[in-house]
Design a protein around this ligand. Structure first.
Ligand SMILES: [Zn+2]
Length: 773
């Protein structure tokens, strides 16, 4: 999977300057505010809070403002000393991470193809495990899971053909990608395919469906009266997760899907200056990728351990029912230029040198498209490597760093740029524990197997350890590929981790040493600013494009997914051009992605420092007010978008509003209480930290979002129509989509979802209260 949420827009909104924020600003400028200053601010707040409280108490739901002790205590020396030690450790992490080691890791890791379930990936996993052991981690384990995967038949290849009435094929798509650099010239490369697309042979008229989004199909059905029965559709990659394109085609009764990369999305200038001369995809390149779901199909919701009871291997358990196969634009043009029927709307036109037509069918109606898919299912082993540094004070609290090590082919960007950095972090932290420096909490290093084929290694592991992770995990920090370009940092985060992320970025040097902007934070804020926030852009809804999905969506562990990327305003494309092709080689990475390796090193520094910080700080630097604000912002958007309609239908907006106000008040009270906490009172600190960690879990609903029980995060779950991106409160958003676009009579479901969301937000407010009942 591994195309991450890619929500290239800031979702943190403008915050009005409040006393709370003033107090918060002090946190960065002066970590040890004087007793008198702090007390002054508290006095202002005590004047403000009761007024706020009165307004809220007359609402639908009550929140008991029990506050906290207001003893204005100066932070004791041991905490100051600890801060100082931690800062020294950060410096050491930054200094010790060595670019040369990252380069050598990446060269070794990309030496052969690393597809899930093959010898290539098993060899890599064992090699990484040995490195981590050599680096001195306390424990390194291989966790195998027996799972169902999907492969192409290499002796009877998949193909897309143009056939005549008599069955003669006049054009057949190519089978393999031609190697274009010495690194890629190897014999055991698995040819392009879409995993979990079922085997099948279909023949019929072709329809061009743009990106295959739900709105594209609706346009063709409603405006052009196209009937998709017995039609094969051709969709360009981009905009949404490829599996959702196939599900959309299924919803409209199409019989098969051809996916292709249009130059508009992979070679946007349309020139011949493509790889190996630039990072743009040549006409021989093909994007592989799964079209299936997340986790092992045979053991839904539970771990695929040897004692598991497995569903029978049967086509019926796979949600993808129609054949699908990917091709490059060198092949796609043969099909698209023969299409007749309707002219495509301007926004549907790609960059091939043809007139884009929709069909259905070719101009010469005796010619048809024949799609042959011979993929087969097989139970194989996928392995995760899990390395542990045991925490010295709170070993039962975990900070996890994760990335996968399976790739579609060589995986120089996706994922091994991240894996090469992760191993270097294990070396530096291994040295640290050898010299007697150990974090307060446990650090867990994870390199997942089976990610590309459905986030399988991470999902099965989260399922296996669900109970302890749910109870104990502090944060999960995902870096899938570390760098796909060097324009700016991209980060999706739980609102809780936004402040720790910013604080870490403030101590990492700018990867460009010639820039006047000193820190990573400064250059991030300059090149990728949030929309009116004064802070760097982040997005909240993490989606399900990489291994954070199970942690965040299932276990409610506050998570981050981050990488260095290209400027989306410059190139409005969903992924880097050579994504999931055989051209993601070490040569390509060093020539076009990060020749200096400064940016890969920067990602290792950010990942290492942020993880150590979360594992070692007494009091977690989470800011619960960010969550309350995120909730309030979404509810305000709902009121603007749907207010009139909701009032007409008697949707209970007042209760929703009331819960959100209660959460805001509870978050501010909690924050004020935390500011006055004696950081040497270890029980009080642990109680506060646990409340902050558990706040994310209050958004987990065991029932899941409607029709998709795998997604349990009520607020931030993937959108129903594009699982790469997340939507806020998808139970509401998806139901409103059905009502507004499909005239669905779903008002009862909508009211039920508003009620679930109201209940969840009120539960979040309760969870921050000292007693909570
Ligand atoms: Zn990936």
């Amino acid at each position: 999977m591994a195309n991450r949420a890619r929500q290239r827009k800031g979702t943190s909104e403008t915050e009005t300057m409040t006393e709370y924020q003033l107090l918060h600003e002090m946190d960065f400028r002066n970590p040890e505010p004087s007793k008198s200053k702090l007390c002054q601010v508290l006095k202002v707040m005590l004047l403000v809070c009761p007024c706020l409280a009165v307004g809220v108490f007359i609402g639908w739901l009550s929140f008991r403002n029990s506050g906290g002790s207001q003893n204005c205590q100066i932070q004791p020396n041991s905490d100051q000393q600890h801060q100082h030690d931690m800062e020294n450790t950060f410096k050491r992490i930054m200094n010790d991470l060595a670019k040369e080691n990252i380069i050598s890791n990446l060269r070794n890791y990309t030496g052969r193809q690393r597809l899930s379930g093959t010898d290539g990936v098993h060899e890599l996993g064992r090699h990484i495990a040995q490195q981590w052991r050599d680096h001195g981690l306390d424990k390194v384990e291989v966790t195998p899971y027996e799972v169902l995967l999907s492969y192409p038949n290499t002796t009877d290849p998949n193909k897309v053909q143009i056939v005549l009435d008599n069955g003669t094929a006049v054009f057949t798509s190519t089978f393999v990608e031609k190697p274009l650099d010495p690194d890629g010239n190897q014999t055991d490369i698995i040819p392009p395919y879409n995993s979990f697309a079922p085997a099948g042979i279909v023949q019929g008229d072709l329809v061009y469906v743009n990106y295959g989004q739900i709105e594209d199909f609706m346009f063709l059905k409603n405006n052009l009266s196209i009937n998709f029965t017995n039609k094969i559709v051709i969709a360009r990659y981009g905009k949404i997760f490829r599996g959702d394109k196939v599900l959309n085609a299924q919803r409209f009764n199409a019989s098969g899907v051809i996916l292709y990369s249009d130059p508009a999305d992979v070679n946007i200038n349309g020139t011949s200056d493509t790889y190996p001369h630039s990072w743009w995809m040549p006409d021989t390149g093909v994007q592989r990728g799964t079209v299936g779901g997340d986790g092992d199909y045979l053991t839904p919701f539970y771990p695929a351990r040897e004692y598991a009871h497995r569903l029978a291997v049967d086509k019926s358990i796979i949600n993808i029912k129609i054949p699908c196969h990917p091709i490059g634009y060198g092949d796609a043009i043969h099909f698209l230029r023969e299409l007749g029927g309707h002219v495509a709307p301007d926004t549907w036109k790609g960059k091939l040198n043809i007139t884009y037509m929709i069909g259905p069918g070719f101009i010469n109606t005796t010619r048809k498209v024949k799609l042959t898919v011979n993929n087969y299912l097989k139970v194989v082993t996928v392995e995760n490597i899990i390395g542990i540094i045991k925490g010295k004070v709170e070993p039962d609290r975990y900070v996890l760093l994760g990335n996968h090590h399976d790739a579609w082919v060589f995986g120089a960007i996706d994922p091994l740029s991240g894996t090469a950095a992760l191993t270097e972090i294990t070396r530096v932290m291994g040295e640290m524990i050898k010299s007697g420096i150990r974090p307060r909490r446990t650090i867990v290093f994870c390199t997942w197997g089976g990610e590309e084929v459905g986030l399988i290694g991470s999902t099965e592991w989260v399922e296996e350890y669900m109970k302890v992770l749910y109870e104990r995990a502090v944060a999960y920090i995902n870096v899938d590929y570390a760098v796909d370009y060097t324009d700016y940092l991209m980060a999706g985060t739980s609102p809780l981790l936004q402040d720790p992320l910013y604080q870490a970025a403030k101590i990492i040097p700018n990867p460009d040493p010639t820039s006047p902007y000193r820190t990573l934070y400064d250059i991030w804020n300059k090149t990728n600013p949030g929309n009116g926030t004064g802070e760097p852009s982040i997005y909240y809804s993490l989606g399900s494009g990489s291994d954070m999905a199970a942690f965040y969506e299932r276990a409610g562990v506050p998570s981050i997914d981050m990488w260095y990327s290209y400027d989306f305003k410059k190139w409005n494309i969903i992924s880097y051009p050579l994504y999931h092709s055989a051209y993601e080689t070490f040569h390509m990475y060093t020539a076009f992605i990060d020749p200096s390796f400064n940016y890969t090193l920067t990602m290792a520094r950010l990942w290492g420092v942020l993880s150590w910080k979360l594992a070692d700080e007494f009091l977690l630097s989470f800011d619960v007010r960010r969550y309350a604000k995120a909730v309030a912002d979404v509810i305000n958007t709902f009121k603007i978008q749907y207010g009139t309609l909701w009032n007409e239908q008697s949707v209970n907006i007042a209760a929703l509003d009331s819960a959100s106000s209660n959460f805001t008040l509870a978050a501010h009270n909690f924050y004020d209480y935390v500011r006055t906490l004696d950081k040497n009172d270890s029980l009080a600190v642990r109680m506060v930290n646990d409340k902050m960690i558990q706040l994310e879990r209050t958004f987990i609903d065991p029932e899941g979002v409607p029709g998709r029980p795998i997604y349990k995060h009520v607020m931030f779950a993937p959108s129903k129509f594009d699982s790469y991106t997340g939507s806020s409160f998808p139970g509401i958003v998806d139901t409103m989509f059905e009502i507004q676009h499909n005239n669905a009579n779903s008002w009862e479901l909508l009211k039920q979802q508003v009620y679930v969301v109201t209940y969840t937000i009120q539960s979040a407010a309760n969870s921050l209260d000292p007693i909570g009942l």
